[in-house]
Write a protein that binds this ligand. Sequence first.
Ligand SMILES: [Zn+2]
Length: 336
Amino acid sequence: MEAAYFDGRSSRRQRVRLRAEAGFLLLAGEGVERRVPLAELEISEPQGRAPRTLRFADGAYCEAPQDAALLALLEELGHRESATVRLQGRWRWSIGALAAIVLILAGFYQWGLPWSAQVVAPLIPAAALEQVSSQTLTALDKGMLKESRLPAEYQERLTRDFLALAAADPALEPYRKSLKLHFRSAPRIGPNAFALPDGQVVLFDELVQMPASDAEVLAVLAHELGHVRERHGLRQLIQSSVVAAFTAAYLGDVSSLAAGLSTLALTSNYSRDMEREADDYAAATLRRQGRSPAELGSALEKLARAHADEDEEGDGKDWLSSHPDTRERIRRLNSQ
Ligand SMILES: [Zn+2]
């Protein structure tokens, strides 16, 4: 059969004839003649109609169209396509392999990733936690967050109660140094509070002004301390960083990695299990202090109503009916 030959040193293309003989490839053309055993040939995998490459050990190679003549030549040479190539030719196997990859990735995302994050989270040194938390807060202060307008006397009183709440739990001891309550305003975000991985908690004026009673605000802060204690924020951070790093490596865009970090704190996209864990923690903490877990339930209800009013400018849907998790959480807290 006819093929194109390149000597691997120049871009010159030579027409040659190929023939198989007793396990050897015989190549003949103008000024070139080679006789190479099959074992010394590197034969490319078939890819659609693209020409195949037969590469010699010295870098020279042949290009031949993937046609009946080539297949006959390869067969005579004794070349066997790899198992992968043979499986690729069967659509059942290809679809099966694709499904397996999707299942493995989904399984890793669903179970493997949270599990590894849970194992890794306690190993992160406190200094790193403090650094990443402070940087996040600084970034947010430059962007979405504004100074609080709550009276100093209110801030002092709530800070005292917050620290007393945290002091009652020995498990929060490692965070003692960085535990802090920050007051900020964020009209564009609305009523909210969030915890940073090192125990700094940020409370928005809008939550206090819903209005929420001191007991309700404190119940929300107890819930946030639950996220700190169980390292939920850190675990989310690890998980999303792995996903971002994987995406960046795969898609070749590293800037997406940096962008995700500070939005994570605001959206605090905790899993349903994490929210339940933080609720249970808050309920136990409140009860220990002679307070009622129902305070958190009523705070959640007010939060839901406040965000529903925002949504009403849009499609007017009931926020609680589109957030069944919140309704379920309120029911659980009220029944405790
Ligand atoms: Zn939460």
